[in-house]
Write a protein that binds this ligand. Sequence first.
Ligand code: NAD
Ligand code: DAU
Length: 352
Amino acid sequence: MKNILITGGAGFIGSHVVRLFVNKYPNYNIYNLDKLTYAGNLNNLKDLEKAPNYTFIKGDICDFEMVLQLFQKYNIDSVIHLAAESHVDRSIKDPFSFAQTNVMGTLALLQAAKHHWLTDNANTEANLFYHVSTDEVYGSLEMDGTFFTEETKYDPHSPYSASKASSDHFVRAFYDTFKLPIVISNCSNNYGSYQFPEKLIPLFINNIRHNKPLPVYGKGENVRDWLFVEDHASAIDLIFHKGKRGDTYNIGGFNEWKNIDLIKVIIKTVDKFLGREPGTSESLITYVTDRAGHDLRYAIDSSKLNKELGWEPSLQFEEGIEKTVKWYLENQDWLDNVTSGEYQKYYTEMYK
Ligand code: NAD
Ligand code: DAU
């Protein structure tokens, strides 16, 4: 029996992690704490609403008193922390909310865990604070075949990655200073179902469907390393159960794509499913002003996770992208609901 607090479980990756844990571990109680920002959507978890081991709690991770009460009320023994502001472009426009949620929110959770585990209820063997982070903390690579390893020095460039780097440092500081049992993973770009369509892949699938322009930043030459979201969730499951306290694990699928090449694969796949002539939608490609401070290349070396815990991704990219395109085309209602903001009105009323 475990009582696990998952934060940000109504978001993209969080919803996949919640689903995996609720279904795979019926003897674990899963408490999903989410503020339901624009990125949080309970439609992502409709299939779990009646699961006996699942509880949703609407709340802000920055609210220390409320978080501490949750630890006490549900006797929380582990945390999987995903709640965050996650979009780089938004962090350029509004860095304050990134510092607030990603740094202060993480700190509130750490303090509550420390209070409950190390003061009220000392049994650190059973406790774990799992912090889900990103490869963006390592900065940007040249086009030279090198990789981010767990030893790469932090060098964040965007307000988003600076806030995530700061939160990682706080998590390690709680391990060093208080012996709070922690583990951190840093993952590359995820793709798959339920991703908010401000991010490249769902945005472009939706735009192609509606014959809208595809805004390619700069020359489209930046490189990202893509991982299917369910493979990220399976890595989190493994690290949660087998990861070494105090350690960091990189997660990625050795799957680098130049943006423009990836965009052409998306176009080809969407055109095929919509019965359009191959390449029809390439005319939608529109080169626009580059993102400020745009990191050139990310590439994750996840060999530690493979060697020490035996993790490897389950899907080839071609299969993953077909599955993903098919999901968005078959779930146009989900996309319409999200792009119109309807879901927020509904759940704001419900949890007022
Ligand atoms: P997302 O934006 O889709 O979801 C974030 C969730 O957090 C939403 O449900 C939102 O409502 C919730 N949230 C935001 N602020 C909150 C607050 N103050 N209190 C409680 N809940 C709050 O994000 P995502 O893409 O699923 O990313 C999840 C985590 O994984 C983040 O920590 C992110 O940094 C990390 N990550 C993401 C990627 C990726 O490719 N998307 C890759 C590596 C790591
Ligand atoms: O690497 C992990 C990170 O991946 C996560 O930590 C972030 O939360 C997640 O948002 C993602 O960050 P990116 O900035 O890499 O993802 P995004 O989908 O915003 O952009 C992917 C690439 O595509 C990037 O080089 C910018 C480019 N892009 C993006 C959008 C939205 C465009 O060219 N046009 C666009 O409209």
